[in-house]
Design a protein around this ligand. Sequence first.
Ligand code: SF4
Length: 209
Amino acid sequence: MKLLTKKEKLEIHKLLLELYPHRRCALEYSTPFELLVASRLSAQCTDVRVNIVTEELFKKYRTPQDFASLTVEELEPMIRSCGLGNTKARDIIAASKKVIELGGIPDTMDGMLSIPGIGRKIANLLLGEIFEQPGVVIVDTHCIRLANRMGFVSEKDPKKIETELRKVIPANESLDFCHAIVFHGRQVCSARNPDCENCPLSGLCKKYL
Ligand code: SF4
């Protein structure tokens, strides 16, 4: 498939920001550490389900110290409905201990990646949401699907997609772009049923053309 030109990519980027002015992170949180926990829970789970679970969870446990005091056996039942309960419980407890050891959530990619259970997707999200760092690119399942369909990339490797998108999306708008692409993936360009006929991006999208 032919890829979009840089001009076309920027046009789609602009359109996406116009289409979704109320774009935001769909995970509910009130502290940076809560976002870290919610992000880890969101792997292979819907944000809606994570928000239901964390609404109860964060009433009792909120800080790294709270979570570090738990055992996997204590935490797992509370997060089981998000799936991968044992793995996520183990990671969240280990991440809590690491954040305590570091004296807080680090503000660099390398620092983020030193935390158990945190990969590039969550690290970019946290760097953008918490530290408002420019140039973050969150490559989740929606981003992989839409970036390929629209013709930003012909590539499934998240790190390569991140690099390609960073080359073209303005750094100060890349977090907004990622949130908007998730909204578009949920509302119009779903995995099974993309509504191309009614898609405002169809004039540019390479899948539709
Ligand atoms: S035209 Fe179709 S494939 Fe392209 S972004 Fe819109 S819904 Fe997705």
